[in-house]
Write a protein that binds this ligand. Structure first.
Ligand code: NDP
Length: 477
């Protein structure tokens, strides 16, 4: 089987390979991917540092052309790359192709942003002096990504980093190196100079840690768990570097008595269970007022009965497998915890067998949960959601905000008054009205509050905040 190498200083290098396993069929090896060492990470950082002066001064047309070419190739290969994504991560083929298209759109957006770099010119408060405010790249950026969006998250970090003139050392999650390798290969062939983008696949505890320990990274952008995020933060403070963290969620979806039942059920089913619930924006707390509670639970349970859990590539599959054995164990442990805590298992809760050996789990719904239970406070990151019954809107809002997290929050209501109040008073970075909590656009800011995020927003033009530093220059006329 061909070994997919790391890219360091413009050369494909590495010998030790790790097997990338398909969670829909654990007998199938998706590919063999090189493992970098801590020394490889240091070499990659040195290469990126050496490449920075020239790339930071490169022409905007060169950056535009490389990012545009990358977008075009990803789009042209969306079916093939989507299939690779579905095989390595386990989301369904339509979801995987959708994510691949989104990656292409992100590269396309930042290809455009490269041509729109602008500053400000202001008069000084002192006579005959002009003030220019410009944005400059910050230097070498370390990019560390999780397994649940194998192509979109690398895209939304790599594209702005390169657009604004930074160089990059990129470490994808060890579980899903395939899509990351593919986009680095595309960018490399699109004409990036040596050392501008380096790929170091391998273990977080080795390669990721070597990145955290390096004094030569000017910034680290990280998406993953809260625990690893805290390590990124403390190491970055130690080295006086910029950092940006996107971490977990325990996202509420409020359903009020006046909700359109179909909208509420479709939103809850989509954001609670699609992509196997493995989205940081998934709704895992369904906060439902008394008047609609029983109707909502009955309709959602009926909907869950219709969802097919099977091989990610099979036509008709709604929910693919859990990503690996460890995550499946986490999910089933939390299902056991929910039962012990006294929540009622209304649907699912069992692992299932399919034609191929894989990590299949039924969509699982708890009812009669309280907001104090561990299943309501801790992120499970699987197809598991709990219904919490509340009296009225005021209790629903208070319950929605009573969480350590603050990424996304939703409300299903036909009341303009409650929708408006919820948008203003939700303590989440993103608020959805009559929509799933998951599913966001690529051209607008993405991010949360509290334990979900730290630092400036990702995506859209707001990405410039992290990937550039502002310079203020005064000139005597
Ligand atoms: P982890 O934090 O375990 O891993 C994220 C990345 O960090 C991986 O590349 C991992 O490498 C790396 N890493 C692990 N240890 C270290 C270390 N000591 N130093 C540097 N890097 C390290 O999270 P998961 O990949 O398991 O992703 C799941 C989590 O991510 C969930 O909690 C989820 O909510 C969150 N997430 C948040 C999102 C958001 O935008 N808010 C989006 C997507 C996910 P390795 O693969 O080798 O372990």
């Amino acid at each position: 089987m061909t070994l997919h190498h790391n890219l360091i200083a413009g050369e494909w290098v590495g010998s030790n390979g790790v097997e990338n396993i398909n969670p829909s069929n654990t007998n199938e090896i998706v590919g063999l991917y090189a493992t970098a060492s801590a020394d490889d990470a240091k070499t990659a950082i040195a290469a990126a540092k050496a490449a920075f002066p020239a790339w930071s001064r490169s022409g905007i047309l060169e950056r535009h052309a490389i990012l545009k070419k990358t977008a075009d190739e990803i789009l042209a290969r969306k079916d093939e790359l989507g299939k690779l994504l579905a095989r390595e991560e386990g989301k369904t083929l339509p979801e995987a192709i959708g994510e691949t298209i989104r990656a292409a759109q992100i590269f396309d957006f930042f290809a455009g942003e490269a041509l729109r770099l602008a500053g400000e010119v202001l008069p000084s408060v002192r006579p005959n002096i002009g003030v220019e405010i410009t944005r400059e790249p910050i230097g070498v950026i370390g990019i560390i990504t999780p397994w649940n969006f194998p192509i979109a998250i690398p895209a939304w970090k790599i594209a702005p980093a390169l657009c604004y003139g930074n160089t990059v050392v990129f470490k994808p999650a060890e579980l899903v190196p395939g899509c990351s390798w593919a986009i680095v290969d595309i960018l490399h062939r699109a004409g990036l100079p040596k050392g501008v983008l380096n790929l170091v696949m391998g273990k977080g505890s080795v390669v990721g840690q070597a990145m955290l320990d390096s004094p030569d990274l000017a910034g680290i952008t990280f998406t993953g768990s809260t625990g690893t995020g805290k390590r990124v933060a403390s190491a970055s403070i130690e080295h006086n570097r910029k950092f940006q963290l996107e971490m977990g969620g325990k996202n509420p979806m409020v359903v009020l008595d006046d909700a359109d039942l179909t909208v509420a059920v479709e939103s809850a089913a989509n954001s609670g269970f699609f992509s196997t619930g493995q989205r940081c924006t998934a709704s895992s707390r369904l906060i439902v007022t008394e008047g609609i509670h029983d109707k909502f639970v009955a309709a959602l349970t009926e909907k869950l009965k219709t969802l097919v859990v099977d091989d990610a590539l099979k036509a008709g599959t709604h929910i693919g497998p859990v990503v690996d054995e460890r995550q499946l164990a986490t999910d089933t442990d939390y299902i056991a915890i929910g039962k012990q805590e006294g929540a009622k298992l209304a649907f699912g809760g069992e692992t299932i067998q399919r034609d191929n050996p894989g990590f299949y789990l039924q969509p699982t719904l708890f009812t009669e949960a309280t907001n104090q239970m561990r299943i309501s406070r801790e992120e499970i990151f699987g197809p598991v959601a709990s219904v919490i019954r509340v009296k009225d809107y005021e209790e629903a809002l208070a319950t929605a905000n009573d969480t350590p997290f603050g990424l996304s929050a939703g409300i299903a209501t036909t009341s303009l008054k409650h929708a408006t109040h919820f948008k203003r008073n939700s303590e989440a970075g993103m608020v959805m009205v009559n929509l799933p909590t998951a599913g966001v656009d690529f051209h607008v800011p993405f991010g949360g509050r509290k334990a979900s995020s730290f630092g400036s927003r990702e995506q859209g033009k707001y990405a410039a905040e992290f990937f550039t530093v502002v310079k203020t220059a005064y000139t005597l006329a």
